[in-house]
Design a protein. Structure first.
Length: 412
């Protein structure tokens, strides 16, 4: 997979070819209307057939697709004056034209555009938003290294995973990861904990069940805290002995306290092992993996007694901050991303995977993803399960996401 270089006159000949084709077609059409010659009619028909063949076949060829991206980048450079010229007699010549290359990675569904930073007054930073509009593609990441900056965009529209049987859930225990879409993998040991925010009907419950099904395949014990007591989720959880289901405030508080105590117990075990053995960093010490999932953290604040709520939130916070090294993880689900429902910033700041399903407000996007992303939008309107997603330290900005489609009864 090579980079294609963008030059000032790359594929300029294609524009003149279109013009020549149009002129010849117009000339022959006028000639036929004047002469009514069958020969001229055949020539017009042959030229039209050639145009159809071009549209149907040639536009699908690799070189044509390459010309499309090259011409779009050229147009962006020219319309934003990202070059310098001078007059030599009657000719205008380039004294500076950006050194820019692009490549399309179909396997990872990513388009990369790399600019060499020139060190002159031409600023090639901060082009991601305008390039995204030009290309009609979502910007995924921006990487800057010594002397260059690379923008990556979603190459094609994100597709769903289709789960038609339990065999389609391919849990990767070796890499400690879950495939969330054909091009999106979540490595929960490297990017621990998750939060899913979305309005009613946005697909939160189905997506959560999918995540749980993957965790169970990888040997996790799941504690599901369901303040609103969703009937569908309760049936799903009670049908599996590896899931502990709690909905009453006192029961939830007790289960969370037990997990917090287990963290302290595991910490003591780790200290004992480190004194006897040289254990590599990031080792999970073979502790049985545990995932604590709190569904509708908003309601906890509303239905718990104040003292019990503060104690429980503090313990959930300790799980998020300290659980990873003890092989204990947490997930939060909410209808709102506002700060008042998530306690202190320690919770939000230590969550690695953040998912926003449906259409949220700019304030919620700001609280979930960060101040600089308050103006982002989910462009797949009214599509259940669609939204935005970001992995801490993997993605530099939120990207388009569509949760898996699960056929009815597969996870029951």
């Amino acid at each position: 997979m090579k980079y294609h270089k963008v030059k000032p006159y790359s594929f300029r000949w294609l524009k003149w070819l279109y013009i020549l084709y149009g002129v010849i077609l117009a000339f022959l059409t006028i000639s036929y209307l004047v002469t009514k010659s069958n020969k001229t009619l055949l020539e017009v028909m042959a030229l039209c057939a050639g145009g159809i063949i071009y549209v149907v076949f040639i536009r699908r060829m690799k070189w044509y697709k390459a010309s499309k991206f090259t011409r779009l980048i050229q147009k962006h450079i020219e319309e934003n004056s990202l070059f310098e010229t001078q007059q030599k007699g009657r000719r205008t010549v380039y004294t500076f034209y950006p050194n820019v290359e692009w490549k399309a990675d179909k396997e990872n569904n990513t388009l990369y555009i790399r600019f060499e930073l020139p060190g002159n007054k031409i600023n090639l930073r901060g082009l991601e938003r305008n390039l995204a509009d030009r290309l009609k593609r979502i910007c995924l990441n921006v990487y800057e290294t010594y002397g260059s900056i690379e923008y990556s965009f979603q190459l094609n529209k994100e597709n769903r995973l289709i789960i038609s049987s339990k065999e389609d859930i391919q849990a990767d225990d070796e890499n400690k990861s879950i495939a969330l879409s054909p091009s999106f993998t979540w490595k929960y040991r490297d990017v621990p904990h998750f939060v899913i925010v979305g309005t009613t009907g946005s697909g939160k419950t189905t997506f959560t069940r999918f995540i749980i099904a993957n965790l169970l395949k990888q040997g996790f014990r799941v504690l599901y805290l369901d303040v609103k007591r969703d009937v569908e989720m309760e049936c799903f959880c009670r049908g599996n002995i590896a899931i502990t289901y709690a909905y009453e405030p006192s029961h939830i508080a007790k289960e969370v306290a037990d997990i917090a105590d287990e963290i302290h117990t595991r910490k003591k075990s780790i200290n004992d092992m480190e004194q006897e053995y040289d254990v590599e960093k990031g080792h999970d010490y073979n502790f049985n993996p545990v995932f604590v999932i709190c569904d509708e953290i908003i309601l906890m604040k509303l239905v718990f007694p104040d003292k019990l709520y503060k104690e429980t939130i503090a313990q959930i916070n300790s799980i998020i901050v300290s659980g990873r090294s003890r092989n204990i993880f947490a997930g939060l689900i909410s209808q709102s991303g506002l700060a008042e429902y998530f306690g202190n910033s320690g919770i939000r700041g230590n969550i690695g995977l953040k998912v926003a399903l449906g259409q949220l407000t700019s304030s919620e996007y700001r609280m979930i993803f960060g101040e600089e992303f308050s103006d982002i939008k989910n462009l797949r309107y009214n599509e259940i399960g669609s939204g935005l997603i970001i992995r801490h330290s993997v993605d530099s900005r939120p990207r388009e996401f569509v949760s898996p489609y699960i056929e009815q009864g597969v996870l029951d």
